[in-house]
Design a protein around this ligand. Sequence first.
Ligand SMILES: Cc1cc2nc3c(=O)[nH]c(=O)nc-3n(C[C@H](O)[C@H](O)[C@H](O)COP(=O)(O)OP(=O)(O)OC[C@H]3O[C@@H](n4cnc5c(N)ncnc54)[C@H](O)[C@@H]3O)c2cc1C
Ligand SMILES: NC(=O)C1=CN([C@@H]2O[C@H](COP(=O)(O)OP(=O)(O)OC[C@H]3O[C@@H](n4cnc5c(N)ncnc54)[C@H](OP(=O)(O)O)[C@@H]3O)[C@@H](O)[C@H]2O)C=CC1
Ligand SMILES: CC(C)=CCC[C@@H](C)[C@H]1CC[C@@]2(C)C3=C(CC[C@]12C)[C@@]1(C)CC[C@H](O)C(C)(C)[C@@H]1CC3
Length: 525
Amino acid sequence: MNLIDEDDEKPTRWEKFVEFIMFHFRWVFVVPFLLPLSFLFNTLFEIRNKIIHAVNSAPNAHVRKVGFIQEQLKEWNSNGRKTKLVNARPGWLTMSFRFPLYKENATKIATDKLFDILELDVEKMTVKAEPGVTMGQLSRYLIPLGYTLPVLPELDDLTVGGLINGCGVESGSFKYGMFQHICTGYEVLMSDGELRNIYPDSAAKTEQAKQDNSLFFAIPWSQGTICFLTAATMRIIPCKKYVKLTYKKTETLDEMCEQLTEDSDRYSDKVDFVEALLFTKDKGCIMLGEFSEGPDTQDEVVNPIGRWYKKWFYTHVEDLINKKHESIEYIPLRDYYHRHSKSIFWELRDIVPFGNNVLFRYLMAWMCPPKIAFLKATTPNVLRKLYDRSHVIQDMLVPLDTLEKCIELFHKEIEIYPLWLCPFYLKSQPGLMKLRNATHKMYVDVGAYGVTAKDGYHHERTTRRLESFVRSVNGFQMTYADIYMTRAEYAEMFDRTLYDWKRSTSKCLDAFPDIYDKICRSGRR
Ligand SMILES: Cc1cc2nc3c(=O)[nH]c(=O)nc-3n(C[C@H](O)[C@H](O)[C@H](O)COP(=O)(O)OP(=O)(O)OC[C@H]3O[C@@H](n4cnc5c(N)ncnc54)[C@H](O)[C@@H]3O)c2cc1C
Ligand SMILES: NC(=O)C1=CN([C@@H]2O[C@H](COP(=O)(O)OP(=O)(O)OC[C@H]3O[C@@H](n4cnc5c(N)ncnc54)[C@H](OP(=O)(O)O)[C@@H]3O)[C@@H](O)[C@H]2O)C=CC1
Ligand SMILES: CC(C)=CCC[C@@H](C)[C@H]1CC[C@@]2(C)C3=C(CC[C@]12C)[C@@]1(C)CC[C@H](O)C(C)(C)[C@@H]1CC3
């Protein structure tokens, strides 16, 4: 492993000056240009989706689009399978800080044209969607009909395909697990162009059914290196109009860890969502949500936090716990799900520093947030270097009983607040995210997003120390983030047994890059 010396990276005074200007005045470009563009794009896309839904053209178009991808794969086969296959989705559209380098000389397969909801089956309680469908599309479609996904990750632009082939967690995860755990079937295209519909079948008898069963478990986290997903069927559950959200202040780290463990009871009928924010090492807030039809009395507070003039959610939470130890609010369901979208968790404060100012909110915030993809496409290189040196974007998934140790380490190494804490239930299943020595366990996602001023921070060395801790407690690192593990360390964190077997028996080795080459830091710019 090549650890770069910090001195090699010290910017010149001129570079520092340019960085300073770009960082503090990025809003000069973002507010007048990117905000209106984002608003226009979202509005047009929403109108387009409504029309497609009204004329119900998606299922027929799906057959055509899948046929086109099959043609692409057949052509690649007849040309001698010379290059590696990747999804055509351009790097600037994806929900990660980096651009993929591994796509440069690869054959790009047009899964990015698949972005429609295909079918809602209220008898089986499932929804079938193409992989490019976003969480924003699904919540807009399902909630007015009285349904929701049991796990619906917060950022509007996260896609079904990305959340399955990567991973996804959200505040419903303490009950239902990760995004992959709410999936009941996948439609996939193998590298030879064969279309397969696969689903979990523990009683599989025939050889084909056994193959399909194990393929089903190999796909999550595989980053599109086994097959192409062309549709996924997900469970839905009935929902109500509001979430009754209880905010509970915690005053010590001990209290946070104990209380969060106690509250993450997946068998509780009274709790449907659990999430926590830590504002300092000691001060935090646990938020427990319950589906609700709305307030029973007029004294109870309804807070439509998604409206444009409302404060950024995490700042609202901090204000609340500064005033009261415990409070309750009723939040419209869709506003609740996308509570971190408006402020892009807490990233927008660096991009539009006055974005939470009351005047800005009333006058301009109806166009917010800027689309992450547009921000990404227009991030200048100087800023990327600055982010490299001092910005941390990491999600570490660790067993809940190691949370205290994990937070102590995050505090020692990066000291970024707020910290996002999201418990999730992990059951033992074959695949990359294999749980060792347990049939099930409560995990927690510790998310750190922001600028660190910690002395001695070095993006590679510090991240490697965090990774090493996560491996030592049998945890996992989210793969959209910068990963500095070696190939062997990656294989220690993730169980490659099923993955390698599926790849060697499903004609993947010459067709797709190895997963490590997609997720390692050198595979991304
Ligand atoms: C060289 C090589 C050859 C291999 N050959 C074979 C082979 O011939 N046949 C084979 O099956 N594997 C084979 N494997 C793969 C390896 O044995 C599998 O990874 C193993 O079956 C899965 O192990 P596990 O402990 O992760 O899952 P296990 O928990 O042992 O699961 C085994 C089977 O049960 C299914 N299963 C487990 N949990 C669930 C659940 N909750 N719901 C539904 N289904 C479930 C899995 O899909 C899998 O098919 C091979 C691997 C290598 C490296
Ligand atoms: N709350 C949460 O859980 C959050 C999760 N995230 C992370 O963001 C990522 C999702 O972002 P998003 O932009 O939606 O996805 P991406 O385009 O980043 O895709 C993620 C991975 O999935 C692969 N993939 C995507 N679609 C398909 C498909 N149809 N068939 C096969 N492979 C596919 C991609 O392959 P390829 O490299 O070939 O394009 C890529 O390796 C996930 O990794 C997730 O963990 C981010 C924010 C929040
Ligand atoms: C599991 C959970 C909840 C993960 C949340 C991850 C988000 C905080 C990440 C995903 C994409 C992400 C890395 C991104 C950025 C911030 C952190 C984000 C939003 C930003 C907007 C920071 C500013 C950058 O200039 C740039 C625009 C490139 C990126 C884009 C992606």
